[in-house]
Design a protein around this ligand. Structure first.
Ligand code: ZN
Length: 82
């Protein structure tokens, strides 16, 4: 690795322990739940999950778990993308 790249890698290690620098704008994820796989999407602060519970409640254990995993990087509002 050249010295420029080494410095970048060192900077990356610094950044990696500062999650407050990161805000997700959108992502899609497959969530392996206990009762099956679900598709989660997040865009502009709005959540969606393919599970039945989310359809009725606008939130679910999957989106809640994602909010906990990425605390500070995503919106906590359980807003359904209706
Ligand atoms: Zn769900």
């Amino acid at each position: 690795m050249d010295s420029g790249l080494v410095r970048k890698a060192e900077k990356a290690k610094d950044y990696a322990v500062q999650p407050d620098r990161v805000k997700f704008t959108r992502y899609d994820a497959e969530f392996r739940g206990d009762n099956g796989d679900h598709t989660i999407s997040y865009e502009a602060g709005r959540w969606d999950c393919s599970c039945e519970f989310f359809a009725g409640h606008g939130t679910c254990s999957h989106t809640m778990a994602m909010q906990m995993m990425f605390e500070g990087m995503v919106s906590k509002d359980p807003v359904a993308s209706a």
